[in-house]
Structures are given as C-alpha cells and as structure tokens.
Design a protein around this ligand. Structure first.
Ligand code: B3K
Ligand code: ZN
Length: 876
C-alpha cells in the first residue's frame, strides 16, 4: 500500500456531473452479487464541456459499461484502485454499469455485507463506492429506484429506501421487490436489507393527518424486544412535530436490527439500520441505561430525516452540521422525556471525560477539520458532542424562539440541498441580527478553552468583581489560538440567605441568573448592589464546553452543594469538593503517607442523605464519585494506581461513616413493582444501586448478602447486572464465580447479554483481568469479526484502569495484537479501539515507553489508511 494522502477542505470543487436519477438492480449472492446501475447524468452548469467523468469505486469487478446504450471500448475509460474515469461524455447521458461484489468476504462492514445470513449495507461515509461506480459524495443528490432480487426461501424479505412499488416471482425460486425513493438523496443514505426477518408494525398520524406505517424488522427470536424502540420512535416523531414543526415525509418508516454493525445506527432514508444493541430491549436483557440509550438513538436517527437527509452536508468536512445539530436535538428530546438535570449531568460528565481527553490528545481536531486522511476516523466526540455543545450555545445566545425561527429558515431555504456550516450559522445570524463572526471560531479552533476566574466582594461598595481570563492551549497543527466568544451562565448565591441574589451589571438589572459574554482574552465584570457576600455559581448548566477554574474553598463548595438553585451546578460543586479530597489522597498515596479522609466530604454526603429530595435521579448522581477516568483527566501526569487507591479509599470511608444511611436508602428504594423503563422507577433503582455499591465497598457480610439476594431475585437486568458486577469486582470469588457461571450459561443464546457478561469480568480490578480476556477470546460466543464483541471484551478491558495499564506492558501488548488483526479485518474498528494507546503522553514512565513501543510495533505493519492516520498522529 502506498502512503495514504490527505483530502483538504480548501480543495472542494462542485462535482462536474450530477446524477438526477439512479436505478439499481441487485441480484444477491454471497460471493458474487451482481449490481447493475443506470445513472441519469448531466454536466454541472459551472463546469466546462469536455470534463471527464470521474466515478468512485473500490473492490468492484467491472463486467459491463455503456453510455446511452453503447458499450464502451477499453480505450474510452480507465480503471484505478479507487475508481473509474470515462474520458469523454455528452452533456446529458445514461451510464449503465454492471459489477460483481462479494458480500461474504466483506469483514470491514462497509458497503454490502452479510450479518447472520442477512444482507445489509452501511454506506456512510464512503461505503457506496464498494457497491457500484458512483460519484460517492454527499453533494450529489438523486432519486433512487432499487430492485432487489434474492432467493425466495432464504431471503423472503427484501428492503430498500422509500416505498415498495412492485414485487414478483422469478425463475429458479427467486423473487424481487422494487423500491422507489422520491426524495433526492446522496449515496451515503442508500440502504438495502435482505433476509429472513420478522416485523412488528405500528402507525403514526402526522400533524397534517398523513398515516405513516412504522415497522421494526428483527430475527424471529427478538420479536419480544421491540416495544420500547417502537414507543420511542413514536415519541420522537411527536416531539419533532411539536418542537421543530418537522413532519415525516414517506408513507413508511423502517428500522432493521443487525448483529454486526460498526457503530450504533444509521439514518438511511426511510430504512434506518441499527446495531441490535441500539434497538433491542427487554427488562431481563437490557439495563435502564440501555433502555435510555435506545430511546436516544432511535430519536437521533429519526431526527436526521430533516437534519441530515432533507438538508445534508456539502462535503464531509461539514459532518458536524448534521451530527452536532442532531445530537443537540436528541439531547433535548431525552431531557424532555426523562429527568432534564440528570440528562445534562450525564452528558457533561461523559463529555468532560472523553471529549476533553480527545481535545488534549494527538488526534485533537476542530469541529470542522480542514483535512483528513480517512473520514471514518472523524466520527468523533468532537464532531458529535462538542458540535452539539456549540449548537446549544447558539440556541442559548439566540433564545429558543429565535433559534426556532433560524432552524425553520434553514430547513426551508436549504430543503433538498447539500450545505455548509456557514449556511446554518448564517440563518441564525439572519433571524437574530447577532454578529456571529467571532462565534465561528468554535468551528475552526481545536482544543478546550481554559478560563481562570477570580472573584472579590467589596463590602463597602456592595460590589462583586469577577475577572475572567481565557486561553486555549495549543493543539497539533494549531500553535496559536484566538479568543472565543464564550457565553457563561452564572448566579451569585448569598452566603447569608443561601439564595440567588439579584444581578445588576452596568446599571442594568438582569434577574438572578444570567449569561455574560466573554470575548476578550481578559474581561472584568462588576456586579453592583450585591447586598451580601456571595459565592459565585459559574458556568451553570455547563453553558460552554470549557474548563473553568475558580479558587473555591471547601466550605464554598459544600455551601453550593447545599444551596445552588441550579441542579447541575449543585452536582458539580459536589464533584469539585470530592476532587479536592481525592487530590490530597493521591498525593498522600504517592508520598507513602497515611491517608486521612476529609471530614467535610463526609459531612456533605451526610447532608445529602438527610435531605428530602424530589428528584432521586439527581441525588444518585450527587452521591456518585468522579470516575477514575475523570480524575485522571484532572492530573498533569496520570498515576493510575494512586488514582485507584485514592478513589477506593474515599468510597470505603464514606461507606464506613454513613453505613446506616446507605442501608436506609437501599431499603427505602427497594421495590417489587413490575419493571417499567419510566423515569421515576429508573431514578429509584439508581439510588438504591448507588447505596448498594457503598454497602458493598467494605465487603462485609451484610453487603455481600444484599448483592447476592438482589442477583438471585432476578427481577430485571439493571438490578441483576449491578449486583453481579459488584460481586465480580469484589474479592469474594466464592460467591462471584458461581453467579457468573450461572449467568453465562443462562444467557449463552443471547449475544447482547453475553456482551455484558464479557464486560463485567474484564473490568474487575483484581489482577487476573488480563488473563480472563485472553481466556474469553477463545469463548464460543466471542468473535473478532463482531464489533460489539470487540467493544465488550477488548474495549471494556482497555477501560480497566489498573489492569490495562499493568506495569509489565501486557495490557498494551494485548490491545496492539488485536489492533494488528483488526487492521486487516475491520480497519474502522481497529482505528477506534487503538485510542487508549494514543494517549501515552498523559502517563508516567515507564508506561509512556511501553505504550509507545506498542504503537511502533503497529506502525511496522502494512496499515490501512484508518490505522495509519491515527498511529502517525500518535507518534508525531
Ligand atoms: N451517521 C451515522 C454514522 C455513520 C458512521 C460511519 N462510519 C450514525 C449517526 O450519527 O446517526
Ligand atoms: Zn447522527
């Protein structure tokens, strides 16, 4: 393989030829599927006559090619590894091609492949070029007509985008269905599914009174696991009508569940294809978190119908245009259907751990990158989650009403077009009159801005002075950064009253909760008429994706934890307080000094446990300590063992000091009610399970017994999995092993439960975790060809802080071995699973050297562009 070359945003040119209509015929066969394509092409008005026709195509065997019915001579076109060029074409013409492809040999799971005997496709971003020769770029939008032919017995169901218009029998036991998709779409939204599938059907009447048939297609044994996805889909359809006035536009909406899938799901027009893990749920097989995730992903893919499909991206540099906006939409939907503060807490906590780490690592990139080698590597937390944070900032800057007008304008003006981030932000500027030019830097500048804040109360003048300084650290390729426009939501909480104080800035009174705009490198804000000394509550609701430092004392944080009117910041104050204690303990561990628990944390927790609360889900979050991964993010250099020891110590100290409170909490929140994935029940279960985790922290007989009983009661997967995890992660092998064995045997037939069984074992802190991974890689339920299995076993192990980072380097070696194998089988997954190794600079010696050595070993292989790009960056 030659060295892969980058693609640059600055090289964008409109396509020379556009496709107005695409006719496809698939004659399905595992080793030789025949794909006939008839493309209706015409030259783009901006292009000179005589431009050659360039089509993308990979791993295709060309059998026939003709223009306007005339077969081409060999000297009239040229074939390369990446496509096909026809030297001379008319202004308007029909191109007919016929190619052969081999779905059964497709382990990359891009293009057309086989999963459990079922044919399916994944075309985003550039998979369609593995199906047929085509201008495989999002700014070419065509209507599609697709005929699928297959064996009538093995493949009774034949699906594609749009509406079925014709079906019939064919000789040799074959049959066909023709589908028509009237909405022009880019090739990345094409989909085909064929297999022995069963459906669950329901309906939805849109706001204009049209009846839409909703279908979820699954393998027969999963028919009982579709209720929640169907209910979520209907809620999402309703929500998008109520919130954005967006209505569905076909008569049929289908979801198909497949076992082998590289990511969560795909928004193909009218035919969403889902990883079975992102759609199937049952109280006995899926946890509350999985139920909520399914709801969010079903909604996300559905919302793409407008933000992505009707209005799509001009090129892949604009990926965040559809992903950032759609994540923002699904986050708001989930906040409206569940506990809004908890949704925010969970999203932010994940963001600050994982996206901040990406921004601080060698693959840091802006929300709109300016070059890439392999676009598949750019489906990142930055594009998705930071992109969503930026849209959220826009919605807050404009206010909901103006933001809605901006989104209406965007959908109306650009319907059926492929557009850019400027087009989107332009609509927001146009409807609001705001100058968003500085704001645009959020899209081009990588890295997490850091804000240093100082605050001072002047008793004599009754003034509170806030000084803010922003700085974005250098990231690869971007040494110098400009100041960003950062909206900071805040309040001042009076230390006497415990209430939000009225805010007056420059003579203007702003209520008790306001947004200030930081635009300069350094800015001062003086609040007047502040009647008592306040503690500032800053960055409420995480109003901007930044790291904010303020020299809070522990009393200040305990105070905010008790009094802040913003639930998110109450939670955050608790996290900051715990972090201060954890930092002391990490230092003590490193210096070999005896660890002493900070009583203020204990008292703060006691306070939380003593107060009545109406949102149990928020309380459960407040009682949860920062994860080891989050703590690691806060350290200059990561000392894995010290972090683990410190966190365990805090957990055990809290458990010992507050044992009776946790026991009471556990008992009060136990319930025998039939399982329902409803917010109140979920909240109650999380609170009970947080309590159980503390009770198990000291591993006394009573804690063990409660976990054992909860596991044995087998009431629902949330409780069973939590109890089993606590047991397996404890030192009580005598109880854990039989439970694990029983669970593994009972669920051997269910791949999604087996994924959980794998993860539970390989995340245990005990030193045998790595040996278990090796052992389980030979388990009949494991396969490196299945991305879910790779994530459940290898991905989960790489999150096992103490064992992945073993000082003998065996954890790193194991991951590198898997990357080397997957580089051949499935480059997309290989380039993802390697991430933890790329963060080597964050660790202390000797770990740095060990990790680097494994990256170098990978680099010596013949690499796919995907892995090549990541490894080169990591070692640069
Ligand atoms: N748009 C898809 C992701 C495609 C990833 C391709 N490697 C799912 C989503 O974001 O909805
Ligand atoms: Zn998406």
């Amino acid at each position: 393989m030659s060295e892969p070359q980058p693609t640059y945003l600055s090289d964008y040119r409109p396509p020379a030829y556009r496709v107005t209509h695409t006719e496809l015929t698939f004659d399905l066969d595992p080793s030789a599927t025949r794909v006939k394509a008839r493309l209706h092409l015409e030259r783009h008005p901006e292009h000179e006559p005589g431009a050659a026709l360039e089509l993308d195509g990979e791993q295709l065997t060309l059998k026939a090619i003709a223009i306007d019915g005339q077969p081409l001579d060999e000297d009239e076109y040229a074939l390369t590894d990446t496509g096909l060029r026809v030297h001379r074409v008319p202004q308007r013409f029909l191109l007919d091609t016929e190619v052969n492809i081999a779905p059964e040999a497709n382990t990359a799971l891009e293009g057309l492949y086989l999963s459990n005997g079922m044919y399916c496709t994944q075309c985003e971003a550039e998979g369609f070029r593995r199906i047929t020769y085509y201008p495989d770029r999002p700014d070419v939008m065509a209507t599609f007509s697709t005929t699928v032919i297959g064996d009538a017995v093995q493949l009774p169901i034949l699906l594609s985008n749009g509406n079925p218009v014709e079906r019939g029998e064919l000789p040799g036991g074959r049959h066909f269905v023709t589908w028509d998709d009237p909405h022009p779409k880019p090739s990345y939204l094409f989909a085909l599914v064929a297999g022995d599938l069963k459906k669950v059907e329901d309906g939805f009447t849109t706001m204009s009174g049209r009846d839409v048939t909703l279908q979820i297609w699954v393998e027969e044994e999963n028919l009982d696991k579709t209720d929640h996805a169907m209910a979520s889909l209907k809620r999402a359809m309703q929500w998008d009508e109520e919130t954005y006035a967006r209505e569905y536009d076909l008569d049929l909406f289908m979801i198909v569940a497949v076992n082998d899938f590289n990511m969560g799901a795909m928004e193909n027009k009218g035919l969403n294809i889902f990883n079975s893990a992102a759609v199937l749920t049952h109280p006995h097989t899926a946890t509350d978190a999985a139920f909520q995730q399914v709801e969010g992903i079903v909604a996300h893919e559905y919302f793409h119908n407008w933000s992505g499909n009707r209005v799509t991206c001009r090129d892949w540099f604009q990926l965040s245009l559809k992903e950032g906006f759609t994540v923002f939409r699904d986050q708001c939907f989930s906040a409206d259907t569940n506990s809004a503060p908890v949704k925010r807490i969970q999203d932010v906590s994940f963001f600050r751990t994982a996206q901040f780490a990406e921004d601080a690592g060698p693959t840091a990139h802006p929300i709109r990158p300016d070059h890439y080698i392999e676009i598949t590597n750019f489906y990142t937390l930055t594009i998705y989650e930071k992109g969503a944070q930026v849209v959220r900032m826009l919605s807050n800057l404009l206010g909901w009403e103006a933001f809605r007008r901006g989104s209406d304008l965007y959908f109306e003006r650009y319907d059926g077009q492929a557009v850019t981030i400027e087009d989107f932000v332009g609509c927001m500027a146009e409807v609001s009159g705001l100058d968003l030019s500085q704001f645009m830097r959020w899209y081009s500048q990588a890295g997490t801005p850091e804000i240093d804040t100082q605050g001072e109360y002047d008793y004599a003048k009754c003034e509170y002075r806030l000084v803010l300084r922003q700085r974005t650290p250098a990231t690869p390729g971007q040494p110098d950064k400009l100041p960003l426009h950062i909206p900071l939501r805040l309040g001042l909480v009076g230390t006497k009253s415990g209430r939000d104080l009225p805010l007056t800035l420059d003579g203007e009174s702003l209520g008790s909760d306001t947004v200030i705009h930081l635009r300069e490198e350094e800015q001062e804000f003086v609040f007047t008429d502040v009647s008592e000394a306040p503690v500032p509550s800053l960055l409420r609701g995480f109003s901007a994706p930044v790291k904010l430092r303020f020299p809070y004392g522990r009393e200040d944080l305990a105070f905010l934890l008790q009094h802040d009117s913003d639930d998110f910041n109450r939670w955050d104050a608790g996290q900051r307080l715990a972090m201060l204690a954890l930092e002391d303990l990490i230092a003590a561990h490193r210096n070999g000094v005896e660890k002493v628990m900070d009583t203020r944390v204990v008292e703060a927790f006691r306070g939380l446990l003593a107060t009545e609360t109406d949102d149990k889900a928020v309380l459960a979050e407040m009682l949860t300590l920062p994860t080891e991964a989050y703590i690691a993010e806060q350290q200059a250099l990561v000392d894995v063992d010290a972090i683990h020891a410190a966190r365990e110590f805090v957990k055990q100290s809290l458990a010992a000091a507050l044992r009776d409170d946790f026991l009471r909490l556990f008992e009060e929140n136990r319930s025998d009610a039939a399982y329902a994935p409803e917010p109140e029940q979920i909240a109650q279960r999380s609170l009970k399970n947080v309590a159980l985790a503390y009770l198990m922290a000291i591993e006394d007989d009573q804690g063990i017994e409660l976990a054992r009983t909860q596991f044995a009661a087998d009431h629902n997967m949330t409780d069973v999995r939590h109890a089993l995890t606590l047991l397996v992660h404890s030192s009580r092998t005598d109880i854990a092993e039989p439970a694990l064995k029983a669970f593994g045997e009972a669920w051997a037939h269910d791949p999604l439960v087996m994924d959980q069984w794998f993860s539970i074992q390989v995340t245990r802190p005990q030193p045998d975790a790595l040996e278990r991974v090796k052992f389980l890689m030979d388990h009949p339920a494991f396969s490196l060809k299945n991305p879910n299995k790779v994530r459940a076993l290898i991905g989960a192990f790489a999150q096992n802080r103490v064992n992945f980072h073993r000082l003998d380097g065996a954890g790193y070696r194991l991951l590198a071995d898997v990357v080397i194998t997957l580089n051949q089988l499935n480059p997309e997954i290989a380039a993802r699973i390697i991430t933890p190794l790329t963060r080597w600079q964050r660790f202390e010696e000797p770990r740095q050297e060990l990790m680097k050595a494994e990256l170098e070993r990978i680099r010596a292989e013949e690499l796919s562009p995907n892995v090549y790009e990541v490894v080169e960056k990591a070692l640069a």
